[in-house]
Design a protein around this ligand. Structure first.
Ligand code: SF4
Length: 170
């Protein structure tokens, strides 16, 4: 059975910067939880950040690859760099995926860690730009297939295809 690394805030863990969760009420989440597929992880708290914590955004002009390489910053509104904690969270997420056998991840869109196709634009204005969070980028680089909550049905299709392949191979 394929396991899914899932952003912990999506399954109700109150780990977001503001102390809240971002619970995704979707029948597939309930189904996968009942099957024991879900491996919840919050890379930011795993990396040592507190709850609550200052909101942080990938700096304008930088991207996830630059942050992972230590050449770009993730800053709060006062300009403090939190890159080391974000990099540590990405490292723990990829290690967790490897150890727990997660070939798929379902992540929270827009986050500087978990964003899949979108991140904040670095202006702390609520605007988003195309881009990925540092954990999403690290997971992709490690060969994990990453999906946002907008694409949860596509993830279900991939799981079904993998299950079909597995039964055909028997
Ligand atoms: Fe949710 Fe990811 Fe942010 Fe943690 S780092 S609160 S799991 S979006």
């Amino acid at each position: 059975m394929d396991r899914i690394l899932v952003s912990a805030c999506l399954v109700g863990w109150p780990v977001r910067w503001d102390g809240g969760a971002k619970t995704l009420h979707h029948p597939l989440i309930a189904e996968w939880a009942a099957e024991g597929r879900l491996v919840p992880l919050c890379p930011e708290t795993a990396g040592g950040l507190a709850v609550p914590r200052p909101a942080a955004e990938i700096e304008t002009g930088a991207d996830a690859a630059a942050v992972l390489a230590g050449k770009g910053r993730i800053v709060d509104a006062e300009g403090h760099d939190h890159g080391p904690a974000f990099r540590e969270g990405a490292r723990i997420a990829t290690a967790t995926a490897r150890v727990r056998g997660c070939r798929f991840a379902l992540l929270t869109e827009g986050s500087p860690s978990c964003g899949v196709d979108l991140v904040a634009d670095g202006s702390f204005s609520g605007r988003r730009r195309a881009g990925e969070g540092v954990t999403a980028a690290a997971l992709r680089a490690a060969g994990v297939e990453v999906f946002s909550t907008n694409d949860i049905e596509k993830l279900a299709e991939r799981l079904a295809a993998e299950a079909g392949d597995a039964s055909t191979a028997k």
